[in-house]
Structures are given as C-alpha cells and as structure tokens.
Design a protein around this ligand. Structure first.
Ligand code: PMP
Length: 409
C-alpha cells in the first residue's frame, strides 16, 4: 500500500501521496532543502537562504562539534539510562549548574511534548490535584493531554477540557493576580484543584508579546498559594536565546518548580528533559517507575553536551543579546507603514504587522522569494516570527533588513 504512486515524480506530489495532505508545508512555493551551514540553508541547485526562523539548530546548522560528538558516540555505544554512563551525568550536572540552586535533578525524554506531559504527571502526583492553568492560545505540544493544555489548537481544542483554565495574554492589560484567582476558583469549583501553572516565558504563541514586569511572578504567587506547581516551559525561551538571561523564567524574576526543555537542547537531535526540585521528582518516582527508552541515551547526552559546550564557549547568549538588539533596531529604522511594534528579547523577535494574517503571510512569502526565512505567529496570525540560529551576526542582520525592505516594497 505504501508503494510509490506510479508516474508521480514531483517530490511535493510524492510527499502528499506518502504522508497525506494534512502535513502543512511552509510557504506558497515549498522549499526543498538539502544542506545547512551555520545560519544558511541550501537548495539542490545551491541557492542560499538566510535562516531567520529555525530555533532548533541553536548552535548553527551542520554544527561539526555536535555532529562529530553524535557520530563518535553512535559508533562507540548507544544504550539507555538503565546502565551507568558518564555523559548523561556530566550533562545533568552542567545543565543544572545553569539553573537556580533548587532546580537540581533531571528526567530525560525525547521532545518538548513529552517533557510537558511528564511535568503534568509529576504535578498531579505531587499535588494530588488535576487542574492546570495555561495562557490563552498557548501551545505546549502534541500528546493527548498536552494538546488539551494547548488552546492554540483553536477549533480542535474547543471546548477546553474542564481541567484546563486559561489566562488572558499579558498585552490585554488584565490584572494577572486577579486573572489567576479567577482561574484557580474555577478549577476548585469543578473539583479539579490546581496541579500546575504552565507558561512559555517567551509567550511565542501569544505573538511574542511584551510582558509587564512582575506579571508572571504575580500569577505564580497565586498558583503557589493555591498549592499548585509552577512549570516553566523553556522549549522556546531557554538556552540563551533571550540574551539577558540563559533561561526565560529568569527574565521574569520567577523560579519555577519544574522546567521543561526540548527543541534547541541538542541542536536537532531529539532530546527533551524536565528539570525538577529534588523532592518533587522523588515524590513522583517513588510512585511511578518512569523510564524512557531513548530519553537520555548516550548519543542524546553527547549531542546535548556538545551543544551546551558550544553555547557556552562561544557566548551565544551574549551574541543573542547584541545581535537581537541590532536586528530590532534595523527593523524599526525601516519605519514602514505595514509594520508596527517590534517586540521580543535577544534573538526571539516579533514584529506586529499592520494588517491581517494574509498580509503577514504575504510578507513571509516575499521574504522567502528574497531568500530569507521567517514565519508568522500570534492569535491573529499577524506577527512576524523571527527566531534564527544563535550564531546570527551583524552581517546577517544587514542581509535580513535589506530583504525585508525589498519584500515590503
Ligand atoms: N512547548 C513549546 C512552548 C513549544 O513551542 C513546543 C513546540 N513548538 C513544544 C512545547 C512541543 O515541543 P515538541 O514539538 O518537541 O514536542
């Protein structure tokens, strides 16, 4: 049944046949990529695209140190965490050293979705409650329960499950403590109680909005008063991208009880984790024998170690801060009527488009024709999402701004 459709040679058509049409492709003219190097991507004919969109290869596409670490480990040994192995311990030590003291133990999985799924399980066991509070339009992943925690799915997620309550986006001006109290009261009224608050510190799916100082902390305080855990989803905001801090929660002055990691953690090798306060993970593992076959295997550990080493030795957090500033300034200087507020921190940039989702998509498609890759985001789909690999430098900002000028024209 999976045989190639006779006579179909075009790659897009073969893909539709083999994978179905439901798996969306980016851009009006889909892009066929065969190679990546640093912040550039290449098509089969060698055409070069500046990647201002992909946050997974945070230390650069085709990063040799990461690739070699993976290859070396793969030909040496790849087992699982039921055996003693140094590199997963080395990695857990180095990872937790970047976090506040209390966040000191790690549970390894294979994706951001799995990390959030595990965090919710931990929160339920620790608190004995089942309710969760997320942002309106939040996205946290694909497992059944995590999809229920992701109102981003819009019509697919409606009505929200009774164990989920949402908070209004920080840019609505709603009082955070009051909104949290309302969500908590609803969860208590429905008998679920509060197991956790789950928040992406970069507020990406809300449109990379500006967050008033103290907003997250005010919500976290109410949730803790109600006995819930605070979970920082650092899948987007972690590992230095936001520039000022290595972790997104730190930019909000919040110290979560659990932190979930994925995407950039191993530069594209599928790796995720929950970092937890020791007593919380203990309470969980006293009840549940949690074991992930691939989670924390020696190859994943080698990939994650090499990625962290690259991030730290090249000070890519510092680069994110400096280049992010230049990028925002360069966009603002265009002063184009189609563009509004330029938001975000470090190399997580959102640009409000003065228009609808179609206009934003039009700009992203024009950028693609001008050989720069960006995306769109936000509840209205009218925010340009710019989130390049972290080795993005001043010379790349120049290419980007020139392409944006041409695309807007
Ligand atoms: N959390 C956030 C904030 C995300 O953006 C994503 C992925 N876009 C996930 C979790 C899910 O990660 P994954 O796709 O690796 O399961």
């Amino acid at each position: 049944a999976a045989a190639a459709k006779p006579g179909v040679t075009n790659l897009a058509e073969r893909r539709f046949h083999a994978l179905g049409r439901g798996l969306e492709l980016s851009y009006q003219e889909p892009l066929h990529l065969v190679r990546g190097e640093g912040v550039f991507l290449y098509t089969p004919d060698g055409t070069r695209y500046l990647d201002a969109y992909n946050n997974v290869p945070s230390v650069g596409h085709g990063n040799r140190k990461v690739a070699q670490a993976i290859a070396r480990q793969m030909e040496t040994l790849c087992t699982n965490t039921r055996y003693l192995h140094e590199s997963i311990v080395d990695y857990a030590e180095r990872l937790t050293a970047t976090m506040p003291d209390g966040l000191d133990t790690c549970l390894f999985v294979n994706s951001g979705s799995e990390a959030n799924d595990a965090a919710y399980r931990i929160a339920k066991i620790v608190t004995g409650k089942t309710g969760a509070i997320v942002m309106e339009h939040a996205y946290h992943g694909v497992t059944d329960v995590v999809a229920a925690l992701s109102p981003y799915y819009g019509p697919f997620a409606q009505p929200l499950a009774t164990f989920v309550q949402t908070l209004p986006s920080p840019d609505t001006g709603a009082d955070p403590a009051e909104a949290a109290r309302r969500a908590i009261a609803a969860l208590q009224a429905s008998g679920h109680g509060v197991a956790m608050l789950l928040i992406d510190s970069a507020f990406v799916s809300n449109g990379i909005v500006n967050v008033p100082e103290g907003w997250f902390a005010a919500v976290a305080e109410e949730v803790r008063k109600a006995g819930g855990l605070v979970v920082g989803d650092e899948v987007q905001s972690g590992f230095g991208r936001l520039g000022d801090e290595f972790w997104g929660f730190a930019t909000h002055g919040v110290e979560p009880d659990l932190v979930t990691l994925g995407k950039p953690m191993a530069n594209g090798h599928p790796t995720g984790a929950v970092v937890a306060r020791r007593e919380l993970l203990k309470t969980f593992t006293d009840k549940i024998d949690f074991f992930s076959t691939f989670g924390g295997n020696p190859v994943s550990a080698a990939a994650a170690l090499a990625t962290l080493e690259e991030l730290q030795s090249r000070d890519l957090q510092g680069n994110a801060r400096a280049t992010g500033q230049k990028l925002r300034e360069g966009i603002a200087v265009l002063n184009h009527p189609a563009l509004g507020e330029v938001r975000g921190k470090g190399l997580m940039v959102g640009v409000q488009v003065n228009g609808n989702a179609a206009l934003a998509k039009g700009i992203a498609n024009a950028m693609r024709r001008n050989r720069v890759l960006i995306g769109t985001e936000g509840p209205q789909g009218n925010v340009l999402k710019i989130r390049p690999p972290l080795p993005f430098g001043a010379e790349h900002v120049e290419i980007f701004v020139e392409a944006l000028r041409a695309s807007l024209d």
